[in-house]
Design a protein around this ligand. Structure first.
Ligand code: CO
Length: 143
C-alpha cells in the first residue's frame, strides 16, 4: 500500500475552558503572552474561540456557548477545563477523510469550516491513544 497522505505541521492545541476571559488573563499574566486574538463566536459549533499566538504554534481557547455545545459536556467532566484536541494541517481535507477512513480511523462527521476559515475534520480519540485529533486544511498562502 502506498501511503502518500500524511499530516503536516502542528497548527494548534485546543484547550477547553469554562471562562474565556479568565483563560486569556492566565495566558497574559502568568505566561506573559501578548499576541492573543479577539474572541469570536462560532454559533454553528456552539463555541466561543480565541487564539494565543506563539512563535511556532497557537493555543486555541474554547468556551462553550450554551449547554448544547459539544464542549459543554467536556467542561462538565473537567470543570477547570483541559486539553481538548491537537490540530495538524493537511493539504486536502477530502483526501484526509478518504485516507483516514481507508486506514480504519473513525472520522467524526463531515468536513466543516473551522476557526481558521478552512475545512476541518475530527478523528475519534480511540484511534490515537485517547487524543482527539483535528485535521485542518492548510490556509492558502501559508507554508
Ligand atoms: Co481546533
Amino acid at each position: 500500500m502506498t501511503q502518500t497522505f500524511q499530516i503536516g505541521p502542528l497548527n494548534h492545541v485546543g484547550v477547553a475552558v469554562p471562562d474565556l476571559s479568565a483563560a486569556i488573563e492566565t495566558y497574559r499574566e502568568l505566561y506573559g503572552a501578548t499576541d492573543i486574538t479577539t474572541p469570536f463566536d462560532m454559533p454553528e459549533q456552539g463555541v466561543k474561540v480565541c487564539f494565543v499566538n506563539l512563535p511556532n504554534s497557537q493555543i486555541e481557547l474554547i468556551e462553550p456557548l450554551n449547554s448544547d455545545s459539544p464542549i459543554h459536556n467536556f467542561i462538565q467532566k473537567n470543570p477547570r477545563g483541559g486539553q481538548h484536541h491537537v490540530c495538524f494541517e493537511v493539504a486536502d481535507i477530502h483526501e484526509a477523510v478518504r485516507e483516514m477512513s481507508a486506514r480504519g480511523a473513525t472520522v467524526l462527521g463531515e468536513p466543516r469550516i473551522g476557526a481558521h476559515g478552512t475545512p476541518i475534520i475530527f478523528v475519534h480519540p480511540k484511534n490515537s491513544n485517547g487524543v482527539l485529533i483535528e485535521l485542518m486544511e492548510t490556509p492558502k498562502g501559508n507554508h
